[in-house]
Ligand binder design. Structure first.
Ligand SMILES: *[C@@H]1O[C@H](CO)[C@@H](O)[C@H](O)[C@H]1NC(C)=O
Ligand SMILES: *[C@@H]1O[C@H](CO)[C@@H](O)[C@H](O)[C@H]1NC(C)=O
Ligand SMILES: [Zn+2]
Length: 485
């Protein structure tokens, strides 16, 4: 099915409107919030834009925007418009990523990249990914209207990545991995459930879809100084701490497995219990065993020889999930012949994760032998933990702290503003920053979300927290990339 907008030019889209210089009138600062908080742009307009983007969907009555889907193409046009409005030069690369850049005329410095993803899961919330893109555009728009864009000392670029969730092709980071130069050529042949390949989808949208074209999406490490991403937390920690923003120490490593359990298909009424080779009960036992393994690893393993550690800290963030289980033929009166299930294992400590993966694989083989079923464990995806850059994180911490304390009204008696250190979190979810870390230094800001809920239409970020995130990004750019007058 051809997406509606085949008119989207494949390569560099358009030039920007930025050479119109905007005089900074005396009153303008005041209108925008002379207190330096720019509420109209960083909160009101940002929230409106998030709602607008949240309505651009392939689904009826729910939000779904997958890689280069018709809705993604419509969203692309909208985001390009916002980037231009912020004074940025825009283009779309051969993987469908949207770029909006300001290039100071006499700068040879490495670029600051700020990004997040524009794709969503199915029945998604409107903040996941979009929040980071829209906040970044808004922060740069404030720089434009205050005349500071012209004083940037380094190129600054916002990137809306075309795919992070990997819903359609079951492979994450198509967009950011291409920019980081770690996307294998073989990706072009990967197909979705309907048999359409990445190559087909790219061509349908008039992208070149060749290995050479993909290679050109890659940024050279020499041209990039750092990557920063704002993202909603997708967890409950900031809410519990009653703090709107956090900085991220690192992103957990992740392994995805597929387990295939083959047994003997048979009649539910005629095969005696003793003679069954039932893959369903074997799979059920494995699912429960995985839970125990990750809840209480010490019952199964001693790590001491492996990593000299088996501490509370090294186990931090260890989580294991079976999210998909398929049976064949899936009928109530048939003993299944085959059961497949997915396994997702994450941990901050790579040795812990690898040890859990190895020991789960061993357990699978043992239990399957015991039950006389045939099992195979396929490794689908594996990514090491990604530490964030310490110096960049410190700069973001200062910016978030200053933004939050500026927004907190002076307490009634003393007039002292709160300036507590920003909480430091670990990320259990993967983010584009993970792929970008292969290219450059990365750092992230997390934004509080209601109830820690994400990947759901219930996902919600308070308007003032959207504002805090934009203000933190603005102050970060202002303090690190804008020349003093
Ligand atoms: C660019 O060059 C001009 C002239 O040399 C200088 O005055 C200006 O400060 C430079 N701008 C930046 C952002 O460094
Ligand atoms: C299980 O996975 C195998 C290999 O990918 C596939 O051929 C088979 O159809 C799957 N079975 C089910 C029940 O999904
Ligand atoms: Zn996300």
């Amino acid at each position: 099915m051809a997406p509606s907008s085949s008119s989207l030019p494949a390569v560099v889209l358009l030039l920007s409107v930025l050479f119109v210089s905007i005089p900074v009138l005396d009153g303008l600062e005041l209108e925008l919030g002379g207190d330096g908080l720019y509420r109209e742009i960083l909160r009101d307009e940002t929230v409106l834009r998030l709602k607008e983007l949240g309505k651009i969907s392939d689904g009826e009555g729910f939000l779904e925007r997958t890689f280069l889907s018709p809705a993604s193409i419509r969203a692309t046009h909208v985001i390009v418009g916002w980037m231009k409005d912020a004074g940025l030069t825009t283009w779309i690369d051969q993987m469908g990523n949207i770029h909006g850049r300001y290039e100071p005329s006499n700068s040879t410095d490495k670029a600051l990249l700020i990004g997040s993803h524009m794709d969503t899961v199915i029945d998604a919330g409107m903040y996941d990914g979009a929040l980071g893109i829209v906040c970044a555009i808004s922060a740069l728009k404030v720089l434009k209207v205050t005349g500071k864009l012209e004083r940037l000392t380094r190129p600054v670029e916002v990137i809306a990545f075309s795919d992070e969730e990997g819903v359609r092709f079951q492979t994450t980071f198509l967009g950011s991995a291409a920019v980081a130069g770690i996307l294998p050529e073989s990706i072009l042949q990967v197909s979705d459930k309907s048999g359409t390949t990445v190559e087909d989808v790219l061509k349908l949208n008039s992208f070149k879809a060749t290995a050479a074209a993909l290679g050109q999406v890659k940024y050279s490490p020499e041209s990039v100084g750092s990557y920063v991403e704002v993202h909603l937390e997708q967890g409950p920690v900031l809410e519990a701490l009653r703090y709107p923003l956090g900085v991220v120490k690192g992103i957990a490593g992740q392994t995805r497995l597929k387990v295939i359990v083959d047994g003997s298909q048979g009649h539910a009424g005629t095969v005696p219990m003793k003679l069954r080779r039932d893959p369903m009960v074997a799979a059920a036992e494995l699912v429960v065993t995985l839970e125990s393994l990750c809840k209480d690893p010490s019952r199964f393993l001693t790590y001491d020889e492996e990593c000299g550690c088996f501490t509370e800290e090294s186990l931090a963030g260890l989580v294991c999930t079976v999210g998909e289980l398929l049976t064949w033929p899936s009928a109530s009166n048939v003993i299944p012949g085959q059961v497949n299930f997915t396994v997702d294992i994450r941990a901050m400590d790579d040795v812990v994760r690898e040890t859990i993966v190895a020991s789960f694989s061993r357990i699978v083989m043992q239990r399957c032998d015991d039950r006389l079923v045939d099992c195979a464990v396929e490794h689908k995806h594996s990514a090491p933990a990604t530490p964030c850059d310490a110096e960049l994180t410190t700069q973001l911490e200062l910016a978030t702290r200053s933004a939050v304390s500026a927004m907190t009204p002076p307490s009634i008696g003393g007039g002292q503003r709160r300036a507590e250190p920003t909480p430091v979190l670990m990320s259990g979810a993967g983010h584009d920053a993970m792929a970008m870390a292969r290219l450059t230094k990365v750092a992230m800001v997390f934004v509080r979300c209601r109830g820690g809920v994400s990947h759901s239409p219930e996902e919600h970020v308070a308007e003032d927290d959207v504002w805090a995130a934009g203000l933190a990004l603005l102050r970060f750019v202002d303090q690190t990339v804008v020349a003093e007058l």
